[in-house]
Write a protein that binds this ligand. Structure first.
Ligand SMILES: Nc1ncnc2c1ncn2[C@@H]1O[C@H](COP(=O)(O)OP(=O)(O)OP(=O)(O)O)[C@@H](O)[C@H]1O
Length: 370
């Protein structure tokens, strides 16, 4: 099966699982089914977003959630169930949300990291670019905006984290490897649920960009990286309207199928007037963990050629290396360790920051004399 056929097959399987899940809820938990505002199944993980319970006291919400989880876990192909319950917004917060959203920038530079298709390593690269920024001495934050497939808890070793809290100053980010971060992955199991309302994808992103206390007394962030969700442009629109975004970085592998999709991702950013800062080639070449030799198995250089063709900067190449996958699974950032991968991420991050700073520098004022 070629890569495209595989993706079609995978999508069909996901749709099938989502249908089975929906049917189970409708037949076994009609009261829950009526409250589903979003449902998604990906890689065996089911995410269900529920609107708030009808009664103010919530009834036995915890018991209900646990019965739903048990029933869904019994279904074929479901390995984990995440139930997120929205809570009603306070009137004051609602007023704040309708105020001009572009008022306050959460960081000096805000950089979205996107890709055309899943599995090219976008989240791994985004997390390690954040790590490289910390290594460069910058106050760094990361928004994991992939609502249905959050990766930050795993990549930052925070799968058992207690969950996000909301204080008077705003949502308190978690912290790992020197990076402040928020993710919907931290909402599940949260003891004090974050107030959550509105369409899930755009609502979550807007809230993460405008209601998080990134400063927390440490000073404002220098750079905020947004790990973008895959999609049709809703997320791009949400960030474009929410904050003064510096630009987007596109991660791609060198294969033709990935490059085709990267081009589409670029078009989505451009449509929402987010400048594309450049492209990064991930899994550029295989770096042998034994001899240190590189083998160009996927056709290294494809992304550089694509970037040149599209007229955007090429920001760097990250080799395919088993230690990167191992570190990611163990919640470590290779960008903060020693070795060739750290060097590759540092070079890519420096190029990204330089391009972002140039793109955000105000044009020189020309004064005509006489
Ligand atoms: N350069 C690399 N070398 C080795 N493994 C890598 C590399 N980049 C990513 N990986 C591994 O590839 C897998 C996919 O990476 P990741 O989850 O970051 O992709 P993604 O594009 O964000 O996918 P999705 O959109 O599906 O979440 C992970 O197991 C990750 O550890």
């Amino acid at each position: 099966m070629d890569a495209r056929a595989w993706l079609v097959y995978e999508q069909a399987m996901q749709d099938d699982s989502a249908r089975t899940l929906r049917h189970t809820l409708e037949t076994q938990f009609p009261e829950v089914s009526a409250r589903v505002s979003a449902l998604d199944v990906r890689s065996g993980i089911a995410t269900i977003i529920l609107s708030p319970p009808a009664h103010a006291d919530g009834g036995d919400e915890a018991g209900l959630r646990s019965r739903v989880e048990t029933a869904l876990l019994a279904l074929d192909g479901i390995e984990r169930v995440r139930v997120i319950v929205e809570t009603e917004r306070q009137p004051a917060a609602a007023t704040k949300r309708s105020a001009p959203a572009r008022a306050k920038a959460p960081a000096g530079l805000i950089i979205a990291v996107g890709s055309g298709k899943g599995g090219v390593g976008k989240s791994t690269v985004a997390a390690n670019l954040a790590g490289a920024c910390v290594r460069l001495g910058l106050r760094t934050g990361l928004v994991d905006a992939d609502v249905f497939g959050p990766s930050a808890p795993r990549l930052f070793g925070l799968t058992d984290a207690p969950g996000l809290r909301k204080t008077d100053a705003g949502i308190e980010p978690l912290r790992a490897h020197g990076v402040k971060l928020v993710s919907t992955g931290f909402l599940v199991g949260s003891r004090e649920p974050v107030v959550w309302r509105g369409p899930m994808v755009t609502g979550a992103i807007r809230q993460f960009l405008t209601e998080v206390d990134w400063d927390g007394g440490d000073g404002p962030l220098d750079v905020l990286i947004i790990d973008m969700p895959p999609g049709t442009g809703d997320a791009q629109l949400a960030i474009a309207q929410g904050v003064p975004i510096s630009g987007a970085v596109i991660v791609s592998t060198p294969q033709t199928v990935a490059l085709d999709d990267a081009r589409k991702a670029m078009a989505l950013f451009e449509r929402t007037e987010i400048p594309v800062l450049g492209m990064i080639e991930n899994m550029s070449f295989f770096l042998c963990p034994h001899c240190g030799e590189g083998s160009e198995i996927f056709g290294r250089g494809g992304v550089r050629a694509e970037a040149e063709m599209m007229g955007v900067p090429f920001l760097g190449e990250i080799p395919l290396h088993p230690s990167l996958r191992v570190a990611s699974d163990e919640g470590r950032l290779v960008a903060l360790e020693d070795g060739p991968l750290a060097g590759a991420f540092e070079r890519a991050a420096s190029a990204m920051l330089e391009t972002a700073r140039t793109a955000n520098r105000p044009a020189p004022e020309i004064v005509f004399e006489g």
